[in-house]
Ligand binder design. Structure first.
Ligand SMILES: [Zn+2]
Length: 99
């Protein structure tokens, strides 16, 4: 009987250790976001005024054929008034992530 209690105690102790280890690993090495999903706090550049803004806070403005991130209503109006984007946005700047 005492042996069974000891085995049970060891199993529970091992499970607790594994759980603590997993929690510690999750805290020490945060899971990176999968490709395609916006990275938290990723900065994008407003092609109108050149300001860097948080992607989540950026407004979308139509400039020519593409959507560009802008910082304000004023920049959105200016982007819409432009026939083409002043500088051709590279991948990653206008929301186009990946190859
Ligand atoms: Zn702007």
């Amino acid at each position: 009987m005492g042996r069974i209690a000891l085995v049970l105690f060891l199993v529970i102790a091992a499970l607790l250790v594994l759980r603590a280890l997993r929690l510690w690993l999750a805290a020490a090495f945060p899971v990176r976001s999968r490709p395609g999903t916006p990275i938290e706090g990723e900065m994008v550049r407003d092609p109108v005024c050149g300001t860097w803004i948080d992607r989540r806070l950026a407004m979308a403005a139509r400039s020519g054929e593409e959507w560009v991130p802008v910082c304000s209503e004023e920049c959105r109006a200016r982007a819409a008034a432009l026939p083409e984007a002043p500088t051709r946005t590279r991948a990653g700047q206008a929301g186009a992530t990946g190859p």
